[in-house]
Design a binder for this molecule. Structure first.
Ligand SMILES: Nc1ncnc2c1ncn2[C@@H]1O[C@H](COP(=O)(O)OP(=O)(O)OP(=O)(O)O)[C@@H](O)[C@H]1O
Length: 236
């Protein structure tokens, strides 16, 4: 039997008396790019935190390739092939692009710095400090840092935040080509719906901490539940 590459069962997380995530089930087959969307405060980052091992108090099960990793630290999860990106750029802004990738690759096995530099169109900037790169190049460096250990499962939190429409789509297609070629399973949180609809195989929608809808881009785009969740928030 083939296990999903990434699975969450009955995932819940509370902040004091507030339930930010309630009984969410998620199953992402190997090689799929799964979009994770929902209005502000829906629980997307909370879910990523639970899956990546960053959340402290939570309940449920997290499995990678059928193996229960719920008791593992973030570091142990990285060693098991899970990587995540954050909504920020670059770890050490004054260090060169190459230094950062080499540093990050010591934390993970299977380093392939030159290949990642080339694939992410960063080779020409490799000896520049990250904080001298344009914002768009810095976002590609973030992606490179997430990919450097050749993860099997990649959790991405708004990789296109702050980019122009064209930059977002360029980054999205670069991401899609790479993860498909390397066989990486991706869970992508992204507010830019053009990005989500253009590269995700399926989309999971959260609302108020609960799973609302799961389906193809077409199913999600036309779902009355999704439309109402977004419009309800916008109108509030
Ligand atoms: N540290 C915290 N303490 C208390 N409440 C929190 C904390 N972090 C998040 N929350 C609340 O949990 C809910 C889910 O937050 P979360 O950041 O996961 O949502 P999100 O879908 O990622 O939102 P956004 O799209 O705005 O980033 C929100 O109501 C938020 O206010």
């Amino acid at each position: 039997m083939t296990h999903p590459a990434l699975q969450g069962i009955a995932l819940s997380r509370r902040y004091g008396g507030f339930a930010a995530l309630r009984d969410v089930n998620l199953s992402v087959p190997a090689g799929e790019i799964r979009g994770l969307i929902g209005p502000n405060g829906a629980g997307k980052s909370t879910l990523i935190d639970v899956l990546s091992g960053r959340a402290k108090q939570w309940s449920g099960q997290v499995l990678v390739d059928g193996q229960d990793i719920g008791a593992c630290s973030s570091r142990a999860r990285r060693k098991l092939g899970m990587a995540r990106s954050f909504q920020r750029t670059s770890i050490f802004p004054t260090r060169t692009v190459r230094d950062q990738l080499e540093l990050a690759s010591h934390w993970d096995s299977g380093s392939h710095v030159d290949e990642v530099l080339a694939q992410l169109n960063l080779a020409e900037f490799q000896h520049q400090p990250a904080n001298e790169l344009s914002y768009g190049d810095q976002r590609r460096l973030d992606l490179a840092l997430a990919l450097i250990g050749r993860p099997r499962v990649l959790l991405l939190d708004e990789p296109a935040a702050g980019l122009t429409m064209q930059e977002s789509l360029d980054l999205a297609h670069l991401l899609r080509d790479l993860v498909k070629r390397w066989g990486i399973t991706v869970l992508l949180v992204e507010h830019d719906m053009d990005v989500v609809f253009s590269i995700c195989d399926r989309i999971t929608v959260l609302n108020l901490g609960e799973l609302l809808v799961e389906g193809s881009a077409q199913e999600v785009r036309t779902s009355p539940l999704v439309i109402s969740a977004y419009l309800g928030r916008n109108a509030a």
